[in-house]
Design a protein around this ligand. Structure first.
Ligand code: BG6
Ligand code: MG
Length: 232
């Protein structure tokens, strides 16, 4: 870990949902609508467990032992996505999470490439709606790789696309599965949100509001202070 923190950062890889924009409520409302229609129990607490999981993994997590034919599952996934699109069609820059509108240009001005590594099939569309798609050299989703988060595939793929070794990447995540994915990729990891969920990240913050690139660089390139402040 000390070695990892001594490597200068050369790129930043962002998760999208919950990091760049808060779509958790849209996902909740669209899943709730689907499961209400199907008489399958679901609530906000269950929705929290789905952060970072692909749409199919989310459906399987809710279905549990219920057996469904693949065609039926696909119909559920398509219907959920149709409902989700009703929300994302309305999205614009006002849906950026606090700090993002300031942080992306700062990182760009510092000359570091940025990428997105998301579990969402809608990642390109949402980044375009938010007006930030052109800030990223590459936008990757788990649909580009064999294994979804918590496997490291999408982070490794994003790093390769921007030609940066994982050890020189900072990954920013809000989901437990995404934190595991970025750690397994060998990156430094900033977790945003509840420490009970993202506590395995090297550093945990509430969010990126008021956080500058200089702050992040100072913290993630200085091992001993990090090791003690994150409890690792
Ligand atoms: C992740 C979200 O980014 O994307 C999950 O955290 C969501 O909640 C997943 O299920 C899949 O999104 P989409 O847009 O492909 O349905
Ligand atoms: Mg997320």
């Amino acid at each position: 870990m000390t070695d990892l923190f001594s490597v200068p950062l050369r790129a930043v890889i962002f998760d999208m949902d919950g990091v760049l924009t808060d779509t958790i409520d849209y996902h909740y409302r669209t899943w709730q609508r689907l499961f209400d229609e199907e008489g399958i129990p679901f609530d906000r607490e269950k929705n929290e467990e789905l952060r970072g999981l692909s749409r199919l993994d989310s459906l399987n997590a809710v279905l549990g032992d219920r057996e469904l034919p693949d065609a039926k599952k696909q119909e559920f996934l398509d219907r959920k996505n149709q409902y989700f699109h009703e929300f994302i069609e309305q999205m614009d820059a006002s849906a950026l999470l606090p700090g993002i509108a300031e942080l992306l240009p700062e990182i760009e001005a510092a000359g570091l490439p940025m990428a997105v590594a998301s579990a969402s099939q809608n990642v390109q569309k949402v980044c375009t709606q938010l007006g930030i798609a052109d800030k990223f050299q590459k936008i990757a989703s788990v649909y580009d790789v064999p294994n979804s988060k918590p496997a490291p595939d999408v982070f490794l793929h994003a790093a390769k696309l921007i030609d940066t070794e994982p050890q020189a990447c900072l990954a920013i995540e809000d989901g437990a599965s995404g934190i595991e994915a970025a750690l397994a990729a060998g990156m430094r990891v900033l977790g945003l949100g509840d420490p009970q969920v993202v506590g395995r990240a090297h550093i945990v913050m509430d969010g990126l509001g008021g956080v500058t690139w200089a702050d992040l660089r100072a913290q993630f390139e200085t091992a001993p202070a990090i090791a003690s402040s994150s409890g690792l």
